[in-house]
Design a binder for this molecule. Structure first.
Ligand code: NAI
Length: 336
């Protein structure tokens, strides 16, 4: 296989070559997005991360492509229909450590409940006083878990360790899980109305686009907190800004932002031949959220532990090997 491997950190190169000793690998530290002039008629595999977007235009640059192996759970950065039409298989890493993202979600929950960021900033300014930094207990509070898959289930286990009550919402409720972990499912409006904290763990797709939106955000229990480690566009940013202004939400912790790709590259957003006004507005709102005193924003780093990154690479290398052997694994799109 002739593989282009994008967005690798320097240390990864040797690690990946050892995992795939028989493959020809061109290693890039940059994303495919950052290499707009790259094309290769021989490439059969693109191994990418979420900062590489693949649609018709990119597929046309790699006409011999057979496989896109994304080193992520989410695959909303890939046009699956276009890949299928080109006969390209897409595989992902469906789980590599639900504990990793769940631990981060809880780090955010605790940062909100105990005002850890404010407290640290306070001490750095030379003031060693807890005045005005009072938080709230998690024990006895209700956590709404939206999406009770691999990560959501782990969050539920952790919440129970903290003595929280859990109410879950999922398009495909898992009765066994609810029974084993001792939590109840409820319709989305009930979860929004009952929860003191709401944490999002659904994939991003056309059904979850703006799942939290202008039409339902005002039904959230007044003074609740929203935690998003899923994907930015699961939440309508306009609505989030309005809910913070109205005090419906007391605060939020966001590892992902709508249009976070444009946020990372504002210059090209502004100078592109056809600037997308809606995206520019969302990026401005992202800045409002970043600057907001009751919002914590982190740069899509929930997955980012050494152990998890190694598990992701191991699983991706296995996906490439199984594909080469004719029995692909973790397929999310394939020509019928
Ligand atoms: P999963 O597939 O195990 O669980 C997702 C759950 O959402 C499933 O139970 C599914 O039934 C439910 N669901 C799907 N569509 C729904 C809908 N329309 N309404 C309600 N529920 C729906 O996925 P997992 O591993 O728990 O990951 C969830 C998401 O977390 C990923 O898709 C990814 O976008 C995000 N993620 C973010 C990371 C980060 O670094 N911030 C790292 C890893 C994942």
């Amino acid at each position: 296989m002739n593989i282009h491997y994008f967005s690798g950190e320097a240390w990864e190169e040797q690690y990946v070559r050892e995992k795939l000793p028989n493959e020809s690998i061109t290693f890039h530290t940059e994303s495919l997005d950052a290499s707009p002039d790259l094309s290769d008629a021989e490439t059969t595999v693109l191994c990418i991360f979420i900062d590489s977007h693949i649609g018709e235009a990119e597929l046309a640059r790699f006409p011999a492509l057979k496989l896109i192996a994304t080193r992520s759970t989410g695959f909303d950065h890939i046009d699956l229909a276009a890949a299928k039409a080109h006969g390209v298989t897409v595989c992902n890493v469906p789980f590599y450590g639900e504990n990793t993202v769940a631990e981060f979600a809880f780090a955010l929950i605790l940062a909100l409940s105990r005002r850890i960021i404010d407290a640290d900033e306070r001490v750095r300014t030379g003031v060693f006083s807890p005045d005005g930094l009072r938080g709230f207990d998690l024990a006895g509070k209700t956590l709404g878990v939206i999406g009770t898959g691999h990560i959501g289930a782990h969050v539920i286990r952790m919440a129970q360790g903290f003595g929280m009550k859990v109410v879950g919402f999922d398009a495909y409720p898992n009765a066994d899980l609810a029974h084993t972990l001792g939590f109840a499912y409820a319709p989305l409006p009930d979860v929004l109305a009952q929860s003191d904290l709401i944490t999002l763990h659904v994939p991003y797709n056309e059904h979850t686009h703006h799942l939290i939106n202008a039409g339902n955000i005002s039904t959230i229990k007044k003074g609740a907190y929203l935690i998003n480690t899923a994907r930015g566009a699961v939440v309508e940013t306009d609505a989030l800004v309005a809910a913070l202004k109205a005090g419906t939400l007391a605060g939020a912790a966001l590892d992902v932002l709508e249009e976070e790709g444009d946020l990372a590259d504002e210059l090209s957003l502004l100078t592109s031949p056809h600037p997308n006004e809606a995206a520019i507005k969302t990026v401005l709102e992202d800045h409002y959220l970043i600057d907001h005193p009751r919002v914590i924003v982190t740069p899509h780093t929930a997955f980012n532990t050494q152990e998890a990154v190694e598990r992701i690479i191991d699983a991706t290398a296995a996906n490439i090997t199984t594909f080469a052997s004719g029995a692909p694994t973790n397929v999310v799109a394939q020509k019928k």
